[in-house]
Design a protein around this ligand. Structure first.
Ligand code: GLN
Length: 447
């Protein structure tokens, strides 16, 4: 009830939710009370949680921020949603997001932009902007997000919260609406690393219904928070993350954070990730290519938006998609279809995949001599609403420090490191595959 009242009072000014399910939440809360009374409660029982509107929720609208799915109520729960339900968490609503997770500012949402609670004239980041804003505004303590190229970490940085993008394959993608399947990964967003550890424990598990889900023994991420000492931890600091384009205030906050790690006993080592700049062109070929195939399922026939009175099948497809998809989504479909078409495939898609392999190799080389990598999450702080909407390439440049992590399938997190003026600055920590526990421990001990 307190969470619902807070949403009622504040979300008019934020627009962090697309759907609030008050009735369902109160029902689940009563069930949680009964579970607590029976003595079979876990740490998440009764905790209100918001899911990014990309996760399918049985019987509850799942729009993915798009007009295309405005009226879509899935017949099943995403595995992540089901796991939180089993843990007794209370599903309070679905958060705002860039349409089909394409964006870095939440301004591509069919349901309107979302404001940053630190300064409502600014963006919360994207695409998981609603989740980040809802947490920063104190509307909920925990939410889910997804990260294809930075969509958990960048909004976490802009909103001054903590977010973790797990290793590709650690968290099930079943029921998570696909954007770029080889890059998409769901993860937790919360105020602290400790809360993220608790949430990740509930999310990470093998799912036989997701062929890319890995089989690994369950891990106690909360218990691990104190197990990894910062004494002797080797932190790699990539030269390329501190070059041209990085805002001076952000650089100063990150430098100070790195000094704190040194004071805790860690050692800093300059490293090089030489193909960082290539991550943008490689990602913005691969992600749209995968998106163009994934989004072919929205044809106006099986589900989703259907145009009025089509004259024939061609008209049905064309108008349904034209009306259902926003500008950025249509741009990605065009770019992706072009990159995959015969005659251009070798020049663009294949080349991008080769660059992807080289980027993964650069990380592998770096991790031969360091345990984790640290740097800024974003080149600047939250920008003004509308500042970049007319220039898609300026928007894509926002992702310079986050994209390569997805191309390599690595885990990474963003945690609050300080402020530039009144706006939060995020520190990014990148780990080796399946080394989430070490990242969370480093973040926790820093916090
Ligand atoms: N900003 C990037 C994009 O628009 C990343 C989005 C994401 O991680 N979902 O594709």
């Amino acid at each position: 009830e307190a969470a619902l009242a807070r949403i009622d009072a504040l979300d008019g000014g934020l627009n962090s939710f697309i759907t609030v399910d008050a009735e369902g939440a109160l029902r689940e809360a009563r069930e949680a009370d009964a579970r607590i009374a029976r003595g079979d409660a876990g740490p998440l029982t009764g905790i209100p949680i918001a899911h990014k509107d990309i996760f399918c929720t049985r019987g509850l609208r799942t729009s993915c921020g798009s007009r295309m799915l405005d009226g879509f109520a899935p017949p099943y729960d995403a595995t992540v949603v089901a796991r939180f339900r089993e843990a007794g968490a209370v599903l309070i609503g679905k958060t705002n997001m860039d349409e089909f997770a394409m964006g870095s500012s939440n301004e591509n949402s069919f349901y309107g932009a979302c404001a940053n609670p630190w300064d409502r004239s600014r963006v919360p980041g994207g695409s998981s902007g609603g989740s980040a804003a809802a947490i920063a505004g104190g509307l909920v303590a925990a939410a889910t997000g997804t990260d294809t190229g930075g969509s958990i970490r960048q909004p976490a940085a802009f909103c001054g919260i903590t977010g973790l993008k797990p290793t590709y394959g650690l968290v099930s993608r079943l029921g998570m609406i696909a954007y770029a399947s080889s890059l998409d990964q769901g993860g937790p967003m919360a105020r602290s690393a400790e809360d993220c550890a608790l949430l990740l424990g509930a999310m990470a598990a093998h799912d036989p219904r997701d062929s890319t889900s890995v089989q690994r023994p369950p891990q106690d991420y909360v218990g691990g928070l104190q197990q990894h000492s910062m004494e002797g931890l080797r932190i790699g600091v990539p030269r390329e993350y501190f070059g041209e384009g990085l805002n001076n205030d952000v650089a100063a906050v990150i430098d100070a954070a790195l000094k704190e790690f040194e004071a805790m006993g860690a050692t800093l080592k300059e490293i090089s990730l030489p193909r960082t700049a290539l991550s943008i062109p490689a990602y913005y070929v691969i992600a749209p290519a995968e998106a163009s195939t994934n989004l072919s399922r929205y044809d106006g026939v099986r589900y989703g938006h259907r145009c009025q009175d089509p004259v024939d099948l061609e008209d049905l497809y064309t108008r349904s998609r034209e009306e259902g998809f926003g500008d950025e989504v249509q741009r990605r479909i065009l770019v992706g279809t072009y990159a995959l078409s015969s005659g251009y495939y070798d020049a663009y898609y294949k080349k991008a995949q080769q660059v992807r392999r080289l980027i993964a190799g650069d990380f592998a080389t770096a991790f031969e001599s360091v345990d984790i990598i640290a740097g800024p999450t974003t080149p600047g702080v939250a920008f003004k609403l509308g500042a970049k909407t007319s220039d898609p390439t300026a928007m894509y440049l926002e992702d310079i420090y986050t994209l390569s992590v997805n191309l390599a399938g690595l885990p990474a997190m963003s945690l609050p490191a300080g402020f530039s003026d009144h706006l939060p600055v995020g520190l990014q920590l990148i780990g080796q595959h399946f080394d989430e526990a070490r990242l969370l421990a480093a973040a926790h001990q820093f916090q």
